[in-house]
Design a binder for this molecule. Structure first.
Ligand SMILES: NC(=O)c1ccc[n+]([C@@H]2O[C@H](COP(=O)([O-])OP(=O)(O)OC[C@H]3O[C@@H](n4cnc5c(N)ncnc54)[C@H](OP(=O)(O)O)[C@@H]3O)[C@@H](O)[C@H]2O)c1
Length: 342
C-alpha cells in the first residue's frame, strides 16, 4: 500500500473508517466479524484508522482498542471528541459539547477505551458553536502539551473557522465529507487546507453507499440507519439521483473497476491535481468491499474521465440535501445549494 504524508504521519493512501462497525448504517456486524475486518485491513497495509468517542457511544473505540491495541505501533490512530453519548432519561443521547473540561474528560475515556497512552490525531468532531473555537482548540493544545494526543484535527468546519483555530494551535488535519456526490470542500476548505498546510481527510468517500454498482433499497433501511434522516436518501430523491451513476458506471467499465473504486480513485486524483493529498477513509462491514476499496489505490483515471465524472455529478445536479435541518445546523461548512426533492 502506498502512503501519503498527513502532518507528521505517513499513512496509507486509503485509511479505514471504523464507524459502521458499531453504528450508523443499520445493525452492526458481530464482534467476530468486526475483528476479522480490522485485522484484514491491517494485513492489507492500512496504517490509518479512524474512530470517535461518539461511535456506538464508546463501543467503537473499545472495539478498536481490543482488536488493534496489540498492534498499536503499526498505525496512526485518529479519534474524535466534542460529540458523544450522555446518559439521559434512562437512555443515552448524542450531545455536542466543546467545553474544555468535557474535552479533557472525553480524552481520558478515549485513551482508556483505545488501550493506548497517546492518540495520534484527536479531532474536534463538531464545533460547539456556544464555545469559541479558540477555547476548544486551546484545550486540545493543552492535551498535546500533556502528551495525551500528538496532534489536533477539526471536522465539518468552514475555512474561516479553520483559520481561527489554526491561529490558536497548529491544526494537523481537517476531516469533512467529500466524494463525487458531495463536493462542498471545493468551495473553500480544500484551498484553505493547502494554504495553511493542514492535511485533508475525506469522510464518507463512497457517498455512504451511493457510489455502488448495486442500487440500495432505501425503503428497507433499518430503523437505526442514519441515512433515513438524510434528504438525498429519501426514496424520490435517491431515485432521481440514481441515473447520475450511469456515467460513473461507464468509466468503471473502461478502467475495469467498480463504481466505489472509481469514486475513491477520483478522490486520490483530486489530491494529485491539487498538489495536496486527499486521504479517503471509506467504511465497510464487508471484507470483499474492504479489499475492493483498498485496491482503488491502483486505479488510474485519465483527465478526460475525471472531467466526465465531475460533469455527471456536478453539485447542481444532485437532488436533496446531505443533512436534514437539525444536522445541518450542527455543522459549520460551506455548502452548495442542493436541488429540492421532487
Ligand atoms: N467526521 C464526521 O462527522 C464523520 C461522519 C461520517 C463518517 N465519518 C468517518 O468516515 C468513515 C467513512 O464514512 P462512511 O462509512 O459514512 O462512508 P462510506 O465509506 O462512504 O460509506 C459506507 C457505506 O458504503 C458501503 N460501502 C463501502 N464500500 C463499498 C463498496 N466497495 N461497494 C459498495 N458499497 C460499499 C458500506 O456498506 P458495507 O458495509 O456493506 O460495505 C456502507 O454502507 C466512518 O467510518 C467514520 O470514521 C466521519
Amino acid at each position: 500500500m502506498k502512503t501519503n504524508a498527513l502532518g507528521p504521519f505517513q499513512v496509507s493512501t486509503i485509511g479505514l473508517g471504523c464507524m459502521n462497525l458499531s453504528h450508523a448504517y443499520g445493525q452492526p456486524p458481530s464482534a467476530a466479524q468486526a475483528e476479522r475486518l480490522l485485522l484484514r485491513a491491517l494485513d492489507l497495509g492500512v496504517t490509518f484508522f479512524d474512530t470517535a468517542a461518539l461511535y456506538g457511544f464508546g463501543a467503537n473505540e473499545t472495539l478498536v482498542g481490543q482488536v488493534l491495541g496489540p498492534h498499536r505501533q503499526k498505525f496512526t490512530l485518529a479519534s474524535k471528541c466534542g460529540m458523544q453519548g450522555v446518559a439521559f432519561d434512562g437512555g443515552i443521547k448524542r450531545v455536542i459539547d466543546g467545553r474544555p473540561a468535557t474535552l479533557r474528560a472525553t480524552c481520558e475515556d478515549s485513551l482508556r477505551r483505545l488501550k493506548t497512552e497517546v492518540i495520534d490525531l484527536y479531532y474536534l468532531h463538531r464545533w460547539d458553536k456556544s464555545v469559541p473555537i479558540a477555547e476548544s482548540v486551546g484545550a486540545l493544545g493543552d492535551l498535546v502539551r500533556a502528551g495525551k494526543i500528538r496532534s489536533i484535527g477539526l471536522s465539518e468546519v468552514s475555512a474561516q473557522t479553520l483559520r481561527l483555530a489554526h491561529a490558536e494551535h497548529p491544526i494537523t488535519a481537517l476531516q469533512t465529507e467529500y466524494s463525487l456526490w458531495t463536493r462542498n470542500p471545493e468551495i473553500a476548505v480544500l484551498e484553505a487546507c493547502r494554504e495553511l498546510g493542514v492535511g485533508f481527510v475525506a469522510f464518507s468517500p463512497v457517498a455512504r453507499g451511493f457510489l455502488s454498482d448495486q442500487a440500495l433499497d432505501v425503503n428497507a433501511f433499518d430503523a437505526k440507519d442514519i441515512r433515513r434522516a438524510m434528504p438525498r436518501f429519501a426514496s424520490l430523491a435517491y431515485g432521481a439521483n440514481l441515473p447520475l451513476l450511469n456515467e460513473v458506471k461507464a468509466v468503471a467499465q473502461e478502467v475495469n473497476a467498480s463504481v466505489a473504486q472509481v469514486g475513491l480513485a477520483w478522490l486520490l486524483a483530486k489530491g494529485v491535481q491539487r498538489g495536496q493529498p486527499v486521504i479517503p477513509i471509506p467504511g465497510t462491514t464487508n471484507i470483499q468491499h474492504l479489499e475492493e476499496n483498498l485496491a482503488a489505490a491502483d486505479c488510474v483515471l485519465n483527465t478526460e474521465q475525471l472531467a466526465r465524472l465531475e460533469t455527471a455529478l456536478a453539485p447542481e445536479r444532485i437532488v436533496g440535501a446531505r443533512y436534514n435541518a437539525l444536522n445541518q445546523s450542527e455543522v459549520d461548512t460551506e455548502e452548495y445549494t442542493e436541488r429540492q426533492r421532487p
